[in-house]
Design a protein around this ligand. Structure first.
Ligand code: NAD
Length: 286
């Protein structure tokens, strides 16, 4: 029976660590790290994520502001806000909450962000640094995934890692982080033929497809570390991409949904905000 990888407990430890470092930062500089979240439209899930992140920031001693724009906001108006926040010295981290409404181009927003304030690591500069193996600000969810895998103590060097999903937000940066840890990485996606032949090879299996029940017990190598990133709202709550009960019987470790990757994403956002504030006040790359 696989062990449950408790993202809530690990996230709580990291948040406490960040809180202490934030206090030290505030003592050094006389100001607190600060985060500006941009929420466009009235999608309840997005609003909830932003509220949770703002609350977590407050608990860590990080100042936060939320800029709530109406759904009809134009691309030009959104970019104007990004420009203003780029200019403000008292804002260290900028977080455009995804997904944006259909008519807005998220990459254009990240293209415009000051890379030193890009706490979700999605600007071309930060993505480039990650590809080069010289990470600066790294996307929060992939960082959280890596922390969960590390918490198992499993040797990543030379391990077979399979990432299901190739999005810029989750799949690709996760694959790059695992590669930097010297794993042998395979990235699968919706056009992959015979997904199970790949997943069955994985010592570390990260599933970020947004397809409930995609991964079943017969697709998992005995003893593997299984990280379920998926979040799909169904009647009765949210579900991941992995058939938890079945896979737990085979895996060595498995993350629950909820309570796995989700809380880690928030913890990593706080850590990145502190890092962004340090970059701006204490220097270093970028
Ligand atoms: P996305 O839709 O941008 O990408 C999904 C990826 O999965 C694509 O690359 C696609 O090719 C692949 N895919 C889809 N169906 C597949 C199939 N049947 N077989 C193999 N590959 C398949 O989504 P995303 O932004 O990467 O997010 C993925 C999931 O993770 C979503 O459920 C999202 O809600 C969740 N998510 C969770 C967190 C968190 O903090 N827990 C953060 C971000 C995203």
């Amino acid at each position: 029976m696989g062990e449950v990888l408790d993202g809530r407990a690990l996230a709580a430890r990291i948040r406490e660590e960040v809180r202490r470092e934030v206090e030290a930062f505030a003592a050094r500089h006389g100001i607190r790290p600060s985060l500006a979240a941009i929420l466009v439209g009235d999608e309840p899930a997005c609003a909830l994520y932003v509220r949770n992140k703002a609350r977590a920031a407050g608990q860590a001693g990080i100042r936060s502001e939320t800029f709530h724009l109406p759904a009809r906001t134009s691309q030009v108006e959104l970019l104007e806000l990004v420009d203003q926040l780029n200019e403000r010295e008292d804002v260290h981290g900028i977080l455009p909450q995804l997904p944006l409404p259909e008519h807005l181009d998220p990459q254009a927003v990240f293209d415009r962000l000051d890379p030193r304030k890009d706490v979700d690591g999605l600007s071309p500069y930060n993505v480039g640094r990650l590809v080069l193996g010289r990470p600066a600000l790294v996307p929060c969810t992939p960082l959280g995934i890596l922390e969960l895998v590390r918490a198992t103590g499993v040797e990543l060097k030379g391990a077979r890692a399979v990432v299901v999903g190739r999005s810029n937000l989750v799949g690709k940066p996760t694959a790059l982080l695992l590669l930097a840890e010297h794993a042998t990485v395979t990235v699968c996606h919706s056009r992959t033929r015979d997904l199970a032949t790949h997943t069955r090879e994985a010592d570390v299996l990260v599933v970020a497809a947004g397809r409930p029940h995609l991964v079943t017990a017969d697709m998992v190598k005995p003893g593997a570390v299984v990280v379920d990133v998926g979040i799909t709202r169904e009647e009765g709550g949210i579900v991941g991409d992995v058939d938890f009960a079945g896979v737990q019987a085979v895996a060595g470790w498995i993350t629950p949904v909820p309570g796995g990757v989700g809380p880690m994403t928030v913890a990593m956002l706080l850590r990145n905000t502190l890092q962004a504030a340090r970059l701006q006040l204490e220097g270093g790359a970028p």
